[in-house]
Design a protein around this ligand. Sequence first.
Ligand code: MCA
Ligand code: AMP
Length: 505
Amino acid sequence: MSDNLYSLIRARITDPAKTFIETGDGRRFSYGDTFELAGRFANTLVALGVQPGDRVAVQVDKSAEALILYLGVVAAGAVYLPLNIGYTLTELEYFIGDAEPRVVVCRPSVATELAPLAKRLGVAHCETLGVQGDGSLMDKAKSAPTAFTPVPRGPNDLAAILYTSGTTGRSKGAMLSHRNLYSNAATLVDYWRFTANDVLLHALPIFHTHGLFVASNVILLAGASMIFLPKLDPDEMIRHLPRATSMMGVPTFYVRLLQHPALTKDLVKHVRLFVSGSAPLLADTHKEWEARTGHRILERYGMTETNMNTSNPYDGDRVAGTVGFPLPDVELRITDPETGKPLVQGEIGMIEVKGPNVFQGYWRMPEKTAAEFRADGFFITGDLGKIDERGYVHIVGRGKDLVISGGYNVYPKEVETEIDGLPGVIESAVIGVNHPDFGEGVTAVVVGGKDCKLDEAAVLKALDGRLAKFKLPKRVFFVDDLPRNTMGKVQKNLLREQYKDIYTR
Ligand code: MCA
Ligand code: AMP
């Protein structure tokens, strides 16, 4: 049997009339509709010359069709490459140039800007897909046949590439195989007890692991349904929650829903599971949520490179401030970050993982890939943690210089490089500071020279259009010097301490 994820999903679906997606505005896609449209997309892509292994880059607004396009790409044996809709043309130039997709699919509104760029970078076709089933790709798909035999794939063949920003330089494309995606989603279906009776309230973006693989693949493998909302809109979520059995979100989802007066125990009485991940969930949020709804949020831990690694238990104690136990099939150890030697239980060190969930390496970056694996196959996550006496994993910090804002990763180096390039700037340090809504707020501390005429607004204006908006500093401060240790390294911990109250006071 082929390992093509699409074939494995199809094999599990017994009732084609069952609803897969219901959109916020009431459109409904049964599993039968979904497979027909995925077949049309796959046939369309093949007609555009897409061969197994070719990349199909997609930067479109969230819609049922966009998710079904993912299935069509996978069915065709091609490699799905989703891109954050916030990325600017400058950022897209890098991703497209690096991944060399055969086809780029974008929003109708940006096609006139993106098509010439894609052409210059050697992309064969630039197509569009809108939120109402419009666009050139849909036009072609409408006249394509629905029947498509999924292209046979081996377990290690690629199904997707997701870019994660690099701590030191260029963004890296994490290569995920059919087995990576299938094995992790199948594990989560069992671990979190998903069945065909489930209805997931889905308000996450579908260009990252959380909304695409954790949420959507789990629902597909369970043959369950989703209420598919374009984004986090608390009023809309409150409207749909009474029909949901489950919800997945980043901590900001829970923080914002708690601010809604209509969130009550009664509203969520049909929900059996709330999952949080992508960033640390504050113990206070966990407690407040339990007090308001009667539910203990289940927190889990994952990465783009690994899918999900650990989860709090479905039955048993969901401990606030921990990310639970390693999932079945996932080996997890804590090591000395310098030597890589395993540490004893309770000591803080580097979290390393190994299992069928762990990716195939970084696209065209063999050295970077080699540097992040131990000789015995463990992947070095860059997260610092410990395992307590009951076996729960705690994430206590990051060994990598990374800010997580509202569940999106922002690599300080990327923002610092842009700021350092502005006229008159000597240097800068970008840090994450406690933020009541986003968890961490991207914050820039800038050393301007004598001739520097910039102020906060001017820095932000200069960065706008070069970096996606979620990467832009929420505040910019000017200082005479950055604190350094004796080795000359900027002491970001001191800056984080100095600015720790700026978003909360
Ligand atoms: C939007 N803005 C942000 C963010 N999102 N700023 C900082 N951090 C953010 N995350 C900015 C916009 O640019 C805009 O700026 C202003 O905030 C309002 O924009 P809006 O679109 O209204 O924002 P929102 O709808 O309120 O979005 C906030 C959000 C969203 C719901 C937290 O960012 C979100 O859905 N995050 C989830 C990300 C996610 O799925 N992560 C999983 C990665 P301006 O006003 O200047 O225009 S996968 C992962 O991490 C691993 C594998 C894992 O474990 O899951
Ligand atoms: P990404 O590169 O977007 O896949 O982000 C992965 C990173 O998010 C991990 O390496 C962790 O630093 C962080 N992360 C994910 N889930 C959690 C969690 N539950 N608690 C703390 N950090 C998390």
